[in-house]
Write a protein that binds this ligand. Structure first.
Ligand code: NZQ
Ligand code: ZN
Length: 394
């Protein structure tokens, strides 16, 4: 097992009506004036924002609002949030929404006390502890940002989408009410399931040997997602299925499922370039296409690891041919994503050969800037490898 440090400061309030406690819990923490940050309208329509406002008011907490976070959040709105924090003396940032809102809130919290432009943190990865505390009311289990140390933000002007990691931006409070996810459209539910499953794959397939305590936790989460996914899709108001998925989404990405390993993250790098090139691409859908393509390209480095994964997660029976077993495990992965309603090719995401070549020319320089060259751990990948994986996914 590799050496590691692991920080997880998040206080979770999980279950029905969790959001009713937002005001009281924030008041307990000394919050006086929060920036209430949210997305494009779902939280308003469902009545959630109204309940959060009431809870804050009842606890005597003042609130400044900034809505309109888009999926694949953008730095311009973050800058507006930073300015509001400075202007109003905000002491907490409260995100109500999914990964995009939470990531935007994290970036605001980092920028709020900085003297430089907030994009600089994403550009240079410089660390700071001078970050406003963050609270989250989660409405979609997917990105795992409710407890992760990462924020992923786009800069449309530069054509970049990049991550910034800092334990100081892990949320301090997270309210997880599975009932809030009943209103998710099936596509968003499926993209979320895919994303959290891929957070496990990124950690399971690296160049390190077995770490049983970590690997068994990881595998049990994969099995849980596989079992619960059809239940939430068939019966969106099944509280227990939604609850299992919501908690799994957090566990998949807060870090425990990867400690002691190197982790890979090449496929997230490949996907982030896609959703920067075309901001209408949903992160989970991009992953559903790119992960099996990456697996096919790299599996020869350690086919036994893939065969093991196939047996554990999909119950595949050993054929005696480890290469064949590895390929079966990859087929099962693709079929699982397809069974959720996710795309399996870049063509389904609107690419033909010409558009893909244009995209590759555009994406490789930013991929190298964001991930390094070479990148990945299971197999070190060059930019030529990256281009080949994109082409194989068409
Ligand atoms: O904007 P609204 O109207 O709220 O609609 C959202 C949005 O259109 C909708 N939605 C959310 N909750 C809903 C709902 N609709 C109905 N009922 C609800 N309860 O769903 C859409 C997607 O929301 P978004 O926040 O974009 O989804 P997600 O949580 O998947 O976040 C994706 C972003 O997170 C990044 C991705 O790259 C992407 O930008 N990631 C962040 C990570 C992190 N911070 O650690 C790690 C991940 O790997 C990922 O890269
Ligand atoms: Zn992800």
């Amino acid at each position: 097992m590799e050496n590691f440090e692991f920080v997880s400061p998040t206080h979770f309030v999980f279950g029905r009506d969790a959001e009713a406690q937002v005001g009281a819990k924030l008041a307990d923490q000394g919050a006086a004036k929060v920036l209430l940050h949210y997305g494009g309208g779902s939280a308003e329509r469902s009545g959630l924002l109204g309940r959060v406002r009431e809870s804050l008011a009842a606890a005597g907490i003042k609130c400044v609002e900034l809505g309109g976070v888009r999926p694949n959040p953008e730095i311009t709105l973050v800058r507006e949030g930073v300015a509001l924090c400075k202007q109003h003396g905000i002491d907490w940032v409260l995100a109500v929404g999914g990964g995009s809102v939470v990531d935007s809130a994290k970036a605001i919290a980092v920028g709020a006390r900085a003297t430089c432009d907030v994009w600089q943190f994403f550009e240079t990865k410089q660390q700071t502890n001078d970050v406003l505390p963050i609270a989250v009311v989660l409405t979609i289990p997917a990105a795992g940002s409710e407890a992760s140390p990462n924020a992923v933000v786009s800069n449309d002007e530069l054509g970049r989408k990049t991550g910034y990691g800092n334990d100081a931006q892990r949320p301090k409070l997270a309210f997880l009410n599975p009932e809030l996810t009943f209103t998710l459209p099936p596509y968003q539910t499926a993209a979320g399931l895919t994303d959290m499953f891929c957070h496990l794959l990124e950690r399971f397939f690296d160049d390190y040997g077995a770490v049983p305590v970590t690997d068994n936790l990881n595998l049990s989460l994969m099995k849980t997602i596989r079992a619960e996914a059809p239940r939430v899709l068939a019966d969106p108001e099944n509280y227990d299925a939604r609850a299992n998925i919501m908690w799994a989404g957090m566990l998949c990405h807060q870090g425990l499922a990867g400690v002691g390993r190197h982790e890979d993250w090449a496929t997230h790098g490949l996907e982030h370039e896609l959703s920067a090139f075309d901001t209408s691409i949903t992160h989970g859908a991009g992953l559903a296409v790119m992960f099996p393509a990456w697996m096919e390209y790299v599996h020869g480095e350690n086919p036994a690891r893939f065969a093991f994964y196939g047996r554990e997660v999909f119950g595949l029976v050993t054929s005696g041919d480890v290469e064949a077993d590895a390929l079966s495990a990859i087929d099962e992965t693709r079929s699982f994503f397809a069974s959720l309603g996710m795309p399996t090719t870049l063509a389904e995401l609107g690419f033909d050969e010409a558009r893909l070549e244009e995209a590759i020319a555009d994406m490789l320089p930013t991929l190298a800037a964001n991930k390094g060259n070479p990148f990945g751990s299971f197999k070190r990948l060059s930019m030529e490898d990256a281009a080949a994986i994109y082409r194989s996914a068409l």
